[in-house]
Write a protein that binds this ligand. Structure first.
Ligand code: BG6
Length: 468
């Protein structure tokens, strides 16, 4: 039976500055942590050598081609676009006394272009990058001073864009520091738990301060958090597996719990004791954390399983995480397990927990696309993946969950965050560029472009019931 999504539901796609813009030193931009991660999210602090190749230096050249790309998004019927601001365009070194006007002017042009097409921006303040200088001079988020630098950046951005951008997110996948500390916080990969959790604490305080600034400075603004939604099911119904699953899910839920409730959940007390971690939490920090988010957002690509059995070796790749494979699910070419019903489950689960509006701000299938002899891309596998997930999202709304919108990941092909490949494509729009950086950068709509256009045009009524 077809279902019509609410008229207020926002439809669109999500991109991140470092994965699309290129122009990594243009108009006064400083180097960011992403600029020295040529192999994707798995990086360390290093000096960039003059001849180093990093595919993100050009990425898909969104910096110059944004009018064409935004027009294509509009043609699909987007009512929202999630994008991030590169912090290092605004504060090239992170600790500069004054912002870089050319960086601010660039995002003004982007927002003007979006307004021309009636596309509402959803802006992430920090998506997997920070000014490199902060990682070098201050140990990234390990330093309390970074909270102040981020608050200054947030204040400048709200001041400049607050009259035209009403939807904001603080940190992309704020739980990622647990898995990739350099990507998440500018920390060395082998940093100890004390440093890692203190950095996470600083980031959570900075996030809450940005929420307060948004509430004070952006009339009618709404600001959310963003978590990598890493839902685990118990591999069996053995009580030990149930407890293990509870514990492991709390590793990522902790972030949402703090950001939505305004304080550390009680289960962290035992966890910190067992890890030997003693956080430095000031009275000012406690006060800051009380400023809670307006909505909860998350990325959703897969689910996995947890098991208490140490012999259990059947692992599945899962973004930057390792999970135990679910025998009932198939996986993508990159080993990510595909679970549309898991999206319905997660939406219900999070709504039960927080009673806040939810926003699915990333979801999609990374796949190798083939351009046929006619120059067309018949990406039926992507259509099926997205159809099935959106169908389950519609089911969740009918379950009573308040979902603000959906932005599929990479509506135009972009550089993979995890692997720095161009060949891991998510887009409705094909970009002619390969992993070595060869190609014309020409944009071509795929079959899924027209499919998404009809889904948006019908408010979801053209979605079909999944086969399984
Ligand atoms: C999310 C990130 O983890 O997953 C994105 O927020 C990323 O930046 C996306 O691109 C997909 O991951 P990947 O590794 O396929 O690019």
């Amino acid at each position: 039976m077809s279902y019509r999504f609410p008229d207020t539901f926002l439809w669109g796609g999500a991109i991140a500055a470092n994965q699309v813009e290129g122009a990594h030193l243009t108009d006064g931009k400083g180097l960011s942590t992403s600029d020295i991660q040529p192999y994707g999210a798995f990086g360390e602090l290093a000096e960039r050598q003059p001849n180093d190749f990093n595919i993100k230096d050009v990425a898909i050249d969104f910096y110059h081609r944004y009018p064409e790309d935004i027009a294509l998004f509009a043609e699909m019927g987007f009512t929202t676009l999630r994008l991030s601001i590169a912090w290092s365009r605004i504060f090239p070194n992170g600790d500069d006394a004054e912002p870089n006007e050319a960086g601010l002017a660039y995002y003004d042009k982007i927002f003007t272009e979006l307004e021309k097409h009636n596309i509402t921006p959803l802006v992430t303040l920090s998506h997997y990058e920070m000014p490199l200088n902060l990682a070098k001079q201050y140990q990234g988020w390990a330093s309390r001073e970074t909270i102040g630098f981020f608050a200054t950046y947030a204040r400048v951005v709200f001041q400049r864009f607050g009259h035209r951008v009403k939807h904001w997110l603080t940190f992309n996948e704020i739980n990622v520091t647990l898995h990739e500390p350099f990507t998440g916080s500018g920390l060395p990969r082998d940093c100890d738990e004390q440093t890692r959790f203190q950095a996470i604490h600083h980031q959570l305080v900075a996030s809450a301060k940005a929420v307060k600034l948004c509430h004070d400075m952006v009339p009618e603004g709404k600001i959310g958090n963003m978590i990598l939604g890493a839902m685990l099911y118990p591999l069996t119904c053995h009580p030990d597996d149930m407890l293990k699953t509870l514990t492991q899910n709390r590793e990522w839920l902790m972030f949402g719990d703090i950001q939505a409730r305004g304080y550390y959940p009680s289960y962290m007390t035992r966890k910190f004791t067992e890890m030997g971690v003693t956080l430095n939490i000031t009275e000012d920090d406690k006060q800051a954390l009380k400023e809670t988010i307006d909505f909860v957002s998350f990325s959703y690509y897969m689910t996995g399983c947890a098991s208490a059995d140490p012999e259990q070796q059947d692992k599945a790749d899962a973004n930057m995480l390792q999970m135990i494979a679910n025998p009932h699910l198939k996986a993508s070419e990159w080993g990510w397990q595909i679970d549309p019903k898991g999206l319905r489950y997660l939406l219900n689960f999070l709504y039960d927990r927080y009673q806040l509006p939810l926003f699915v701000v990333e979801n999609g299938l990374g796949a190798v696309d083939v351009v046929d002899e006619q120059g067309a891309i018949q990406d039926d596998y992507r259509i099926q993946y997205l159809n099935d997930h959106l169908y389950q999202l519609g089911e969740a709304i009918q379950d009573g969950v308040d979902v603000m919108g959906y932005t599929s990941w990479g509506p135009i092909d972009l550089v993979s965050a995890g692997t720095a490949q161009m060949s891991k494509r998510y887009g409705f729009i094909y970009v002619d560029r390969d992993n070595q950086g060869h190609g014309s950068l020409k944009r071509t709509p795929k079959k899924s472009f027209y499919w998404y256009q009809s889904v948006i045009g019908s408010q979801g009524e053209t979605l079909t019931e999944p086969q399984s």
